[in-house]
Design a protein around this ligand. Structure first.
Ligand code: GTP
Ligand code: MG
Length: 393
């Protein structure tokens, strides 16, 4: 019973980067994993492709032969794939029981109303794959209330259309500190509750002559048609109560660990593969010490990013020193610069670097303890962490 992730999301959301990072991460935890490219426009990918839709159909050929633009071309190509599903089936047989990551095209029509991608997913399910949709959204959408609401609608529509186990993920969370300060804490955006707090910001965005962001919105005309429409949309999203988000910084091992845990729970992998040959991951899954809730994510990537970067840098230096010491003792030829090479090196080296750090749960725990101690100290001295809590609970 093979497991698979269907990686979807708007163009540029980070799908291919995620597939690359996740494959390296899985190889680090000794889970056999292959990536299948289902995007006919993907003429260059950084991961090793096990099966490539471009061997069946390319966007360039379709656009020329059918005189279509890029969007129409991708839809047409997916219809071709749907009608030649045997090609995909044959290719997947070669992959055996590998865990498969499907890198999908970014045209949103494909996961909102066009039927080909959904039909392909259902046929994969019939082949025996245990599927989970991993829907990626660039965390940039948090910077503008209307973008965030659009992302929520898109996520909701995709969930309803795909009708499969589904996780929404805010990607590039490491970029958040470069954007203007958000009016709410991160958990507000990931939990997707009490959206009416956003209404004044949506109205302010509409009325502002100078652009959308405002942390102190002017009194909006709450009775305008625009305000009523916003209210109806947020009520709709809340009534479905389906949308929520995980977070991801693809180069951060802890972030990847937390996300894969959530995906394994959603797909049932965590139960189906218990006792399988994955000792490192098994231990990590049972080890509750390595946890990171959304408030920790906020501290890590927004409020105290620099402290954490510094802490990690010291960790890497320490690890590098330890490894050099071990190399010297064992008469090895050295050469370990630091422990940082999670994805930097190519292929094997990157995976090896990640394996070492995943195995060193102790290091993560130490960091966690340091973090907890720093928080406790801050609380004891009466100082806040600088978090602005606007929302009332
Ligand atoms: N800072 C940061 N950048 C990221 C992250 N994930 C992806 N990116 C960057 O985002 C850009 C787009 O990533 P891709 O993986 O090509 O996005 P995609 O969804 O495959 O895009 P399309 O195939 O065009 O639909 C690249 O420049 C990546 O390096 C992340 O976690 N953090
Ligand atoms: Mg891509």
């Amino acid at each position: 019973m093979p497991f698979a992730q269907l990686v979807i999301g708007a163009p540029g959301a980070g799908k291919s980067t995620y597939c690359d990072g996740m494959q390296q991460f899985m190889s680090a935890i000794e889970r056999k994993c292959s990536v299948v490219n289902l995007d006919p426009a993907n003429d260059h990918v950084s991961y090793p492709v096990a099966l490539d839709v471009r061997n069946l159909v390319t966007l360039e050929e379709i656009m020329e032969a059918e005189e279509l633009g890029p969007n129409g071309g991708v839809l047409y190509a997916l219809e071709e794939l749907e009608h030649n599903f045997e090609w995909l089936e044959e290719g997947l047989k070669e992959l055996g029981d590998d865990y498969v990551l499907f890198d999908c095209p970014g045209q949103v029509e494909l996961f909102t109303h066009h039927s080909s991608l959904r039909n392909i997913f259902f046929r994969l399910q019939k082949l025996g794959y245990r599927l989970v949709v991993v829907s990626l959204t660039d965390s940039y959408v948090l910077t503008q209330p209307s973008l965030y609401i659009s992302a929520l609608l898109l996520a909701l529509r995709s969930m309803l259309q795909m009708d499969l186990p589904h996780l929404n993920v805010l990607t590039k969370i490491d970029n958040l500190h470069t954007y203007p300060a958000l009016p709410f804490n991160l958990d507000f955006y990931t939990e997707v509750q009490e959206l009416d707090y956003l209404l004044p910001y949506l109205s302010a965005e509409q009325t502002s002559r100078f652009g959308p962001t405002s942390t102190s919105p002017a009194a909006p005309p709450q009775d305008s048609k625009f305000a009523s429409l916003n209210k109806a949309i947020v009520e709709l999203i809340e009534e479905f109560a389906l949308v929520g988000f995980e977070t991801l910084a693809v180069e951060d091992k802890k972030s990847m660990t937390m996300l894969l845990r959530a995906i394994d729970r959603a797909s049932g992998y965590v139960f189906g593969k218990e006792g399988a040959n994955e000792t490192v991951w098994g231990i990590s899954m049972r080890n509750d010490a390595v946890t990171m809730d959304i408030r920790d994510v906020q501290e890590r990537w927004i409020d105290r990013r620099e402290d954490f970067d510094e802490m990690e840098r010291r960790e890497w230096e320490e690890q590098g020193r330890r490894e050099r010491g071990i190399d010297a003792e064992s008469g090895g030829d050295g050469g370990v610069e630091d422990g940082r090479d999670g994805r930097g090196g190519d292929g094997e080296e990157g995976a090896e670097g990640m394996r070492e750090t995943v195995e060193e749960d102790d290091d993560m725990e130490a960091m966690q303890r340091e973090f907890e101690a720093a928080k406790a100290k801050e609380k004891a001295s009466g100082g806040g962490s600088g978090i602005k809590i606007v929302r009332k609970r």
